[in-house]
Design a protein around this ligand. Structure first.
Ligand code: CMP
Length: 153
């Protein structure tokens, strides 16, 4: 089982798309193990987006990500980092194919609704920024027996 960090961004909350987008992950059978609403501060934004801080678009990204609350989550599943990235689609909603979350709901490069970790290493780092171990709930959904065979992982 792998974990990934997901953040439903201010545009997702402001546009009232939170439950619609979260339901995609529920429908896929991903296991939710942590969830909270928070406001990203400029300091937190710099920590989360450390690799982008020097990029020309960073000031705009920071003002967007701090503009309204976000909802942070951790999902568990087999190959969940790749699975969630595939479900989101390309970074830009203009390029993301129809059927993906961004392809269906976003027409922007910046306001792309959801952030998800791009590797297991990023997931561990981002989970550590947003959650304490006590906020993560370990559980084994009963329905898992109907989601995959025991020898699949
Ligand atoms: P995310 O997956 O959260 O990772 C970094 C974010 O920066 C990205 O989604 C976009 O919201 C934003 N971003 C990436 N590239 C650009 C860009 N060229 N211009 C503006 N925003 C960008």
């Amino acid at each position: 089982m792998e974990r990934t960090f997901v953040m439903f961004k201010p545009d997702c909350i402001e546009r009232g798309l939170l439950t619609k987008v979260m339901s995609r992950f529920e429908d896929k059978g991903l296991r939710l193990v942590a969830l909270k609403m928070l406001r990203v501060t400029p300091e937190l934004a710099k920590q989360h987006y450390a690799e982008h801080v020097e990029k020309p678009f960073y000031p705009s990204l920071e003002s967007f990500i701090t503009a309204a609350p976000v909802v942070a989550a951790i999902y568990e599943g087999l190959e969940v980092v790749r699975v969630v990235r595939d479900m989101l689609g390309a970074t830009s909603g203009l390029k993301a194919v129809a059927g993906t979350i961004r392809g269906d709901f976003s027409a922007s490069r910046q306001m792309n609704l959801v952030h998800a970790s791009d590797s297991a290493e990023s997931a561990a780092r981002e989970i550590g920024i947003y959650f304490t171990p006590a906020e993560i709930v370990e559980w084994e959904p009963r329905v898992d027996d109907m989601l995959r065979a025991g020898d699949e992982g």
